[in-house]
Design a protein. Structure first.
Length: 131
């Protein structure tokens, strides 16, 4: 009876471990899909998503082989790395957009200065040169 109870506990532990690994793998797949959909990784971190999806495949293989401790560790690490990749690429895109808006604003200011004649000491700027 005691051996049977211990075997039942081991089975329950394995079932809980499988469920936990499944949740982390699902979350990591969802994160990878969101990164793929956004496409920013191609500009700011080429190859990084491929590397991380390779790690995700390793975790899935570990889980399929019943090596739940190894699968859990890799799945958690991969999920966190995917989260960091997403945050980093989104931050870099925000910085790029902010710089682009600033550049457009600066060009608009220069255009207004040229049109009002305040730029270049009141000289008018012609396409072919100064007049």
């Amino acid at each position: 009876a005691r051996l049977s109870a211990e075997i039942d506990l081991v089975k329950e532990d394995r079932t809980r471990a499988a469920e936990l690994v499944g949740a982390w793998l699902s979350d990591a797949r969802t994160m990878a899909a969101a990164i793929t959909r956004d496409g920013l990784h191609e500009r700011y971190a080429p190859g990084e998503l491929d590397r991380l999806t390779g790690r995700l495949a390793t975790a899935e293989q570990n889980a399929a082989q019943g090596r739940f401790d190894a699968a859990l560790a890799v799945a958690q690490e991969t999920y966190h790395a995917l989260s960091e990749l997403r945050a980093d690429t989104e931050q870099r895109e925000l910085e790029r957009c902010t710089a682009q808006v600033a550049a457009i604003d600066a060009l608009a200011t220069v255009q207004k200065e040229i049109e009002s004649g305040r730029l270049h000491g009141g000289r008018r700027l012609l396409v072919g040169g100064w007049s």
